[in-house]
Design a protein around this ligand. Structure first.
Ligand code: CO
Length: 145
C-alpha cells in the first residue's frame, strides 16, 4: 500500500507552457509559482496552485523539451491533457519494494529526481486503470526515512 498522505499534484501535458498560461491564470484563477526544468524527464514544468495557502491544489503543467521526452511521446499518441496524478508518500524506497513484492507493475523500481527536490517514481498505467500514478516524496521527509 502506498499510504498516500495527500494528492501532491495533478500533471497535465501541454505543447507550450506559454500558450496555456492564460488558461490557468485567467480562466482557473490559479497562482503561477514558477517554471523548473527537469532534465531527467526532458520537460519544463510550470507550477500553479489554487485554493487555500495551507492546503492548495497543485497543478504541474509539463512541456516537452525534446521529441524523445516521454511527454512528447504522450502528446503524440493521446494529445494534450491529463497525464498523471501524484500522491505524497513517505519512505518511497520501501513503498516501491512493497508494491513490487505485491505484484504491482512499476515503471520505476527506484526513485528518480523530480522538481523542487522531490524524489518520484511512476507506477505502470496498466496497474492503475490507465491513469499514470506517481509517488512523490517531498525533500522535508527525507530525514524520517
Ligand atoms: Co508529477
Amino acid at each position: 500500500m502506498i499510504a498516500a498522505r495527500a494528492v501532491n499534484h495533478i500533471g497535465i501535458a501541454v505543447r507550450s507552457l506559454e500558450a496555456q498560461r492564460s488558461f490557468y491564470e485567467g480562466v482557473l484563477g490559479a497562482r503561477f509559482e514558477g517554471v523548473e526544468e527537469v532534465p531527467d524527464q526532458k520537460v519544463r514544468v510550470a507550477f500553479y496552485s489554487l485554493g487555500p495557502g495551507d492546503a492548495p491544489v497543485r497543478l504541474e503543467v509539463l512541456e516537452p523539451t525534446s521529441p524523445d521526452s516521454p511527454i512528447a511521446q504522450f502528446i503524440e499518441k493521446r494529445g494534450e491533457g491529463l497525464h498523471h496524478v501524484a500522491y505524497t508518500v513517505d519512505g518511497i524506497e520501501s513503498r516501491l519494494a512493497a508494491l513490487k513484492a505485491g505484484g504491482v507493475r512499476l515503471i520505476d523500481e527506484r526513485p528518480r529526481p523530480g522538481a523542487h527536490g522531490t524524489r518520484i517514481a511512476f507506477l505502470h498505467p496498466k496497474a492503475s486503470m490507465g491513469v499514470l500514478t506517481e509517488l512523490c516524496e517531498p525533500p522535508a521527509s527525507h530525514h524520517s526515512v
